[in-house]
Design a binder for this molecule. Structure first.
Ligand code: OOG
Ligand code: NI
Length: 453
C-alpha cells in the first residue's frame, strides 16, 4: 500500500530546529543572542499594537520565532552539487547569484531556500552557500595542494547519500527515514576541532586568504553562523554589549525607515577557537560568529536600482570616522530620496505586495487589473508588503570582512562567473525578482477572481 511521506516543509522545519539546537551547544553566545532577539521582539510587539496586527494579517507573526538563516562554504563543484540534492529533500532551491570576488572574498554564492508562499509561511529557513574559487589563487602550487586536499574528503555520510537517493527515487521519505535524514544531514555541518592538515599547511593557506584555510583544512563545511530575525535591529545592536556580545561596528544595508526595505544585518565577531592539527600541533582558528537581521519589503528591479544607486552615493560621501550612529544618520539623509510610504512604493512600482480580496464590500466599477487602485481605495482589495527573502551582496561582503579579522586582500579582479557556478550546481540559480513578480501577479489574479466571482 502507498505509505504517506513526510512533506519537505516538515523535514526543513525539523532540520532548522535541530541545526539551531546543535549551534546553541557549539556556540553558547548564539543562545544568548536568541534570547536577546526574542526579548526585543516581544517588547516591540507590546509597544506597537498596529505592527502586531499588521504582522498577524499578513501571516508574518507565526514565522518570526522560527525564522533564521545559516551560512556555509564548500570547496568543490561536486560538494555543491550534492548539497543541492540534500537541500532539495527539504524543499530548498538555489535562489540568486552573489559574486563576492569584487569585495576581496574568493567565493561566489547562492541561497538555498523555500520558494512557495505556503512553504515560506511554514518555515523560511535559508542557507547562504558559498563555493570557494580556487582558480583565484595565484600560486599554482598552492592551488593544486588545496585541490588535492579537497578531493580526499567526503562531507556527506553514507546514510545521508542513501536517503537522498531514496527521496529522489520515491519522491518522498517516510517519517522514520526523514528523522534519520535530519540527523545524518546535521553531520555535514558539525564543527570539528581537529584539522585534516598539519599546522604548516594551514598557515600557508591562511596566508593566501583566511577563508581558503577555513574551507580546505577541515572535514566539512561547518555552519559558520545562524541568524535570527529581529523586529528592531537598532535596539538589538544597542543591547548586545549588555549581554557580553561585541557587535561589528556598523549595521549593513539600508537605514531605519518607517516602511523597512530589503534587509538590515549586523554580526558579532568570530570566536577564536583551539584546533588540533594533523601533526599534533595546537593552533587557533576563527570562523564562527553570530548575526541578526531585520527584513523589510522586497523591491522590484526599479526599486533595487534606486537602492543600489543611493547606497553607492552614500558610500562616496561617507563621513570619516563613521561609527554606527554617524553612518546611520548619513544613510538616512541620502535615503530621503527613497519614498517611505507603502502607497507610494506601490504606485511607483518600487516594491512588491500581496493582494487579498476583502469580502462583503460592494464594489463600484469594474473588477480588473486597471481598477486595482480604485478597488484598494474602496476597501475591496487589501495590500500587504511582500517580505524580502534573499540577501544583499554588499552587505554579505561586509559580514564576511568583519569576520576575517584585520585581514585585507586586494580585490580579486571582479569576475562574476554565474555560468561556472551554475555548472557546478548542476542547475540554474532562480532569479529572485522573477519569483516576487510571479507571487505578486498570482495573488492579484486570485483576489480579482474572488471579487468577480
Ligand atoms: C557568509 C556571509 C554572508 C549574509 O547573511 O549576508 C551572510 C559567510 O560568511 O559564509 O551570511
Ligand atoms: Ni548571514
Amino acid at each position: 500500500m502507498c505509505s504517506a511521506y513526510v512533506s519537505s516543509d516538515d523535514i526543513r522545519d525539523q532540520f532548522s530546529k535541530a541545526m539551531s539546537a546543535m549551534y546553541q551547544q557549539e556556540v553558547p553566545q548564539y543562545g544568548t543572542l536568541l534570547s536577546l532577539v526574542e526579548a526585543v521582539n516581544q517588547a516591540v510587539l507590546a509597544a506597537n499594537p498596529a505592527l502586531n496586527s499588521e504582522l498577524q494579517t499578513s501571516d508574518e507573526l507565526a514565522r518570526i520565532n522560527v525564522e533564521r538563516h545559516g551560512a556555509i562554504r564548500v570547496g568543490s563543484p561536486a560538494e555543491l552539487a550534492m548539497l543541492r540534492r540534500m537541500f532539495a529533500v527539504m524543499g530548498m532551491e538555489p535562489v540568486g547569484y552573489y559574486d563576492l570576488s569584487a569585495a576581496g572574498v574568493p567565493v561566489h554564492s547562492t541561497a538555498f531556500r523555500p520558494v512557495a508562499n505556503s512553504a515560506l509561511k511554514r518555515n523560511p529557513f535559508r542557507v547562504f552557500t558559498s563555493l570557494l574559487r580556487l582558480e583565484l589563487i595565484e600560486k599554482a602550487e598552492l592551488r593544486q595542494q588545496a585541490s588535492d586536499i579537497l578531493s580526499d574528503r567526503d562531507i556527506f555520510t553514507a546514510s545521508a547519500k542513501t536517503l537522498i537517493e531514496r527521496f529522489e527515487q520515491q519522491g518522498g521519505l517516510s517519517a522514520a527515514d526523514a528523522e534519520q535524514f535530519v540527523q545524518e544531514a546535521l553531520e555535514t555541518f558539525r564543527w570539528h576541532d581537529n584539522a585534516t592538515v598539519d599546522l604548516a599547511t594551514y598557515e600557508r593557506l591562511h596566508n593566501e586568504h583566511r577563508l581558503i584555510a577555513d574551507v580546505v583544512c577541515f572535514r566539512g563545511p561547518h555552519i559558520n553562523h545562524l541568524t535570527p530575525r529581529t523586529l528592531d535591529i537598532d535596539e538589538v545592536q544597542r543591547r548586545m554589549p549588555s549581554v557580553g556580545i561585541d557587535p561589528k561596528a556598523i549595521i549593513e544595508g539600508p537605514p531605519r525607515r518607517h516602511c523597512p526595505i530589503l534587509l538590515r544585518q549586523t554580526s558579532f565577531k568570530a570566536l577564536e577557537e583551539t584546533i588540533a592539527f594533523a601533526d599534533a600541533a595546537e593552533g587557533k582558528h576563527t570562523a564562527r560568529f553570530g548575526e541578526i537581521e531585520q527584513r523589510g519589503i522586497a523591491l522590484t528591479r526599479k526599486g533595487r536600482e534606486l537602492y543600489d544607486r543611493l547606497l553607492a552615493a552614500a558610500k562616496e560621501t561617507a563621513p570619516q570616522a563613521a561609527g554606527n550612529d554617524a553612518h546611520q544618520a548619513h544613510l538616512s539623509e541620502v535615503f530621503q530620496a527613497f519614498p517611505d510610504a507603502y502607497t507610494t512604493l506601490r504606485r511607483e512600482g518600487l516594491a512588491f505586495f500581496h493582494y487579498q480580496a476583502v469580502q462583503g464590500v460592494s464594489v463600484q466599477g469594474a473588477v480588473s487589473h486597471e481598477q486595482a487602485d480604485s478597488l484598494i481605495e474602496q476597501g475591496a482589495l487589501r495590500v500587504t508588503p511582500m517580505i524580502y527573502e534573499d540577501f544583499l551582496p554588499v552587505s554579505a561582503a561586509g559580514i564576511f570582512q568583519s569576520n576575517l579579522g584585520g585581514d585585507s586582500h586586494d580585490n580579486y579582479a571582479s569576475s562574476a562567473s554565474q555560468q561556472a557556478f551554475e555548472q557546478a550546481l548542476g542547475t540554474a540559480a532562480i532569479d529572485e525578482i522573477e519569483l516576487y513578480t510571479q507571487r505578486q501577479q498570482a495573488s492579484l489574479e486570485q483576489a480579482l477572481a474572488q471579487l468577480a466571482g
